[in-house]
Write a protein that binds this ligand. Structure first.
Ligand code: NAD
Length: 421
């Protein structure tokens, strides 16, 4: 069992390391590679000033961390959230390495973030913070070396500001420096919904493997952001029944099904789900314990833990968020016979379509939506099949199988490249 060092709660990095150690042990990975892969490669911390609307100057702290570059340039999102710290960004960077490897796209892993609540900034403050943070991490990011994308609290507008900032420094447009941009400035069709669409594709493959029909299957989703809302949209379009969804304020529940377009319109208009007519208000804890076919945690880390895993009554969990389940909870869910499709596979749709965006930017040649979605489907279905068959061969759960497949690919690249000098 994994425990945090005394006097502090389990961090996302504790969880990431515990998952890595278990898979490395199972793979019998050589000790030098194990030590190498437990560490991040580069960690940049920046403290920087931003002028606020009232004329005052406030200091902010941001990070950009690259975990491993053996398989290609670093790739990973940028998070704006008050809880962002070194350990969280390290964990997210490590998971990005495994995510790119498990779906077999040629990237290494990275992540960035700023400790800030973007909801408390005006649009002007958000833009100034973003441009200054982008300049501070310009040491690391470029289309060849490290390519950020949106994550919690960031969006396509923020990516456009980062792209513009780097382009101003260079003197020409550099669209390939970030992905998840608006289509008008070199973004790709299909990126905004890609992570949620990927969650839905993987959920469809997983219910098929369990013999549950997707038509009418009940779905509960924690988190009504980019990932949660698009997963809800795609799953309901595929015939599933959305029975509950939540945001950081509260959740809504109707066992007969929620009308997704109305839920989305309400969220857009009111900024929260609370008060949606025709639904019961529930807490996030209640949502995680609802009887349903598919539970999609799509908010933050450490949501399903040793404390509440016993109450989960879903048949399948598809991890839209990164790191929502702790190792202790994983063991309980396994015991209860609940299939968990792990984050590094389940939410890889975003990085897959980011990869397509980057390829299009490097070639200045853009695809239609049908081509993007067809290729997303192809890459994810192949990866799901590879993970599921490794899980069966090795008699392990899907998280272990996905980690083993990913670590094996990264380790192979490291052995081939050798040790420099
Ligand atoms: P987002 O900022 O668009 O949305 C996050 C949502 O979670 C918001 O609706 C917020 O209200 C809600 N939330 C926050 N705390 C909550 C809580 N305690 N309970 C319930 N809801 C809560 O972020 P996002 O881009 O949708 O990212 C969500 C998760 O998916 C994160 O773990 C992120 O790392 C992961 N992810 C995102 C992408 C992407 O392309 N955006 C790709 C892969 C993984």
């Amino acid at each position: 069992m994994v425990t945090a060092p005394a006097q502090r709660p389990l961090s996302a990095y504790d969880v990431a390391l515990a998952q890595f150690d278990a898979a490395a042990e199972r793979l019998n990975l050589e000790d030098d590679l194990r030590q190498h892969l437990r560490q991040t490669k580069r960690e940049l911390t920046v403290h920087f000033p931003v002028r606020m609307d009232d004329g005052s100057v406030r200091m902010f702290t941001g990070y950009r961390i690259q975990h491993n570059l053996a398989r290609g340039p670093a790739k990973g999102g940028i998070r704006y959230h008050p809880a962002v710290d070194l350990d969280e960004v390290r964990a997210l960077a490590m998971w990005m390495t495994w995510k790119a490897a498990v779906v077999n796209i040629p990237y290494g892993g990275a992540k960035g973030g700023v400790a800030v609540d973007p909801k408390h900034l005006s649009l002007g403050e958000l833009e100034r913070l973003t441009r200054r943070y982008a300049s501070e991490i310009a040491l690391l990011i470029s289309p060849e070396s490290d390519i950020p994308a949106p994550d919690v609290g960031t969006n396509d507008q923020i990516m456009a500001w980062i792209m513009d900032t780097i382009s101003m420094q260079k003197g020409y447009s550099v669209p390939g420096v970030v992905t998840g941009k608006p289509v008008a400035v070199g973004g790709t069709l299909g990126r905004r919904e890609a992570t949620g669409r990927g969650v839905a594709i993987v959920a469809r493959e997983a219910v098929r493997s369990l013999g549950i029909p997707l038509q009418g299957a009940s779905v509960a989703i924690q988190g009504a952001g980019n990932v949660g809302l698009h997963a809800a949209q795609c799953l309901t379009q595929m015939g599933a029944r959305l029975i509950a969804i939540s945001d950081s304020v509260s959740g809504i529940y109707n066992p007969h099904g929620l009308d997704f377009p109305q839920v989305e319109a309400w969220k857009r208009e009111h900024g929260q789900l609370h008060g949606f007519p025709g639904a019961e208000a529930i807490t996030n804890d209640d949502l995680l314990a609802l009887p349903c076919d598919i539970l999609v945690p799509a908010a933050l880390e450490n949501q399903i833990t040793g404390r509440n895993a016993n109450q989960v009554r879903a048949r399948l969990i598809v991890e839209g968020a990164n790191g929502p389940t702790t190792p202790e909870a994983d063991a309980i869910l396994r015991e209860k016979g609940i299939l968990v499709v792990p984050d590094i596979l389940a939410n890889a749709g975003g990085v897959i379509v980011s990869y397509f965006e980057w390829v299009q930017d490097l070639q200045f040649y853009f695809w239609d939506l049908e081509e993007v979605n067809r290729n997303l489907e192809r890459v994810l279905v192949r990866a799901f099949g590879e993970v599921a068959s490794l899980a069966q061969q090795e008699g392990v759960d899907m998280r272990m199988a996905a980690s083993m497949l990913a670590i094996r690919r990264v380790a192979e690249a490291m052995r081939l490249r050798g040790l420099y000098p």
